[in-house]
Design a protein around this ligand. Structure first.
Ligand SMILES: [Zn+2]
Length: 251
C-alpha cells in the first residue's frame, strides 16, 4: 500500500471511530492516546537505577494553570499514588493543565523501601543545600547523583509548573514552613489536613521542594497523609478535593 493510501485509510478509520464515539474526530484521537479519556500526553521522563521507566501524564487543558502532582518519591509511601492514578484514569479534567507523576521511585516501590536501588533518599539528593547525610537520609555521593533525581530536574525545567504538590506519608499534615503560606493554607483547607511544620529537624538538605522553590517562580509544597489512609479517601474523596484547590473538575 502506498503511503498516501495508508494515511487516507488511517484517517478514514479514525473518522469512523470518532463518529461512532460521538466526539469530534481529531481531538478524540489526540485525547486518548492510550485509551484513557483524561490523558492528553504520556511522557517517559527517565529511568530508575534498575531501568524502570518513570512516567508522567498530562491531563486537562492547555492555557490553564499548570500543576504537577508527584507521589511515591519514597517507595514505602505508596498510598497517595492512588489519588493521581484515579485522576489519570477518570473523566477528562477541565480548568487545569495538570501533570501527574504517580511513581517517582519505581525501584523503591517494588522493594517497598524509602530509598532508591542505590540506597539513596531521593528527597535529599537535590542540588540545593545538599549535605553529605547518612542513615535513613542517605543523600548519595554528590548532589543529583541519582538517575531519578536527574530525570525530575530535567522534567521540571521543561514544564515549569506554577504549582507542585508532592505527596508523602505518614506525618498527616500540610507543610506550613514553605514559600507560599497562602497556598499552603488553601491546600490544608481543601484536603482537610492539619497545618504542620516539616523542618527536617532544622534545615532541609537537598529536598525537591527546596530546590524547586529556590530556582523557579512557582511554588512546591509537601503534603503528608497518615500511615493508613483509606481506599475511599485515596480513590473517591481526595481526587475531587485536590482538583478543588484550583477550582477544577472532571466531567
Ligand atoms: Zn516521604
Amino acid at each position: 500500500m502506498r503511503l498516501g493510501t495508508l494515511i487516507a485509510t488511517a484517517l478514514a478509520a479514525t473518522l469512523v471511530t470518532g463518529l461512532l464515539a460521538g466526539t469530534p474526530t481529531a481531538s478524540y484521537a489526540v485525547r486518548a492516546p492510550d485509551g484513557r479519556p483524561a490523558v492528553m500526553e504520556k511522557r517517559v521522563i527517565g529511568h530508575s537505577v534498575r531501568g524502570r521507566p518513570i512516567k508522567a501524564f498530562r491531563l486537562g487543558e492547555r492555557g490553564q494553570p499548570k500543576v504537577l502532582l508527584i507521589s511515591t518519591m519514597h517507595g514505602n509511601e505508596g498510598h497517595p499514588r492512588q489519588i493521581l492514578a484515579t485522576l489519570r484514569d477518570g473523566k477528562p479534567i477541565h480548568g487545569l493543565n495538570l501533570w501527574v507523576l504517580p511513581i517517582y521511585n519505581p525501584d523503591g516501590l517494588a522493594r517497598h523501601t524509602r530509598k532508591n536501588a542505590h540506597g539513596v533518599d531521593l528527597n535529599r539528593n537535590f542540588p540545593y543545600r545538599w549535605a553529605d547525610l547518612d542513615g535513613s537520609y542517605e543523600s548519595g555521593p554528590r548532589p543529583g547523583s541519582e538517575p531519578e533525581t536527574r530525570a525530575v530536574i530535567r522534567f521540571l525545567k521543561q514544564i515549569k509548573p506554577r504549582w507542585i504538590v508532592s505527596f508523602h506519608q505518614p506525618l498527616h499534615g500540610v507543610d506550613t514552613d514553605t514559600k507560599n503560606a497562602r497556598f499552603s493554607r488553601r491546600v490544608a483547607d481543601k484536603l482537610n489536613l492539619p497545618r504542620k511544620s516539616f523542618t527536617c529537624g532544622g534545615v532541609c538538605h537537598g529536598t525537591m521542594t527546596g530546590w524547586f522553590n529556590h530556582h523557579f517562580t512557582g511554588s512546591a509544597l509537601t503534603v503528608e497523609y497518615g500511615a493508613h489512609p483509606s481506599k475511599r479517601l485515596m480513590r473517591r474523596i481526595a481526587p475531587t478535593q485536590v482538583l478543588s484547590i484550583w477550582g477544577a473538575r472532571r466531567r
